[in-house]
Design a protein around this ligand. Structure first.
Ligand code: DQA
Length: 149
């Protein structure tokens, strides 16, 4: 099973960016933690980060063509307004898990809306690095269920 992890705009700055909100763990460290958990769960984890919205859409197109079994996405601020990424994700037929490090519902009103909400399998928000690890477990479980049915 192959799980694709997508990280969007400004998330390459994790570790250096607003530590009170996002902690001090870098994206490279998060990626390593996901790979370790992937090994434990017996799945392959591939991670991608970009600050370019078009590049994110193209990576999602490639996921559709290459056939990932599930997708995790933390799109950063794009989550709140990018209909382009929403439409790209809507092309996928595999489970998509949206995640956020911070609790977006406890923050500014513009973060309360996710334009992905209606088309993803589910959302995980507010657990810091654990949001990623919980999302990977949820994605593997949802992909396994989808494979059986
Ligand atoms: C974020 C939450 C978003 O609102 C914000 O724009 C980010 C990070 C999170 O992981 O908590 O860049 O997605």
């Amino acid at each position: 099973m192959k799980i694709l992890v997508l990280n969007g705009i400004n998330l390459d700055m994790f570790g250096k960016r607003e530590p009170a909100l996002y902690g001090t763990t870098t994206l490279a460290e998060i990626t390593a933690r996901l790979e370790a958990l992937g090994k434990e769960l017996g799945v392959q984890v591939e991670s991608f980060q970009t600050n370019d919205e078009g590049a994110m859409c193209e990576r999602i197109h490639r996921a559709k063509l290459e056939g990932a079994d599930a997708v995790l996405i933390n799109a950063g601020a794009w989550s709140h307004y990018s209909y382009a990424i929403r439409d790209a994700l809507a092309m996928l037929t595999v489970p998509v898990v949206e995640l956020h490090m911070s609790n977006v519902q406890a923050r500014e009103p513009f973060r309360h809306q996710s334009v992905f909400a209606a088309i993803v399998k589910g959302q995980i928000s507010g657990f810091g690095v654990d949001s990623y690890l919980l999302a990977l477990r949820a994605a593997v479980s949802a992909a396994s269920a989808a494979a059986i049915s």
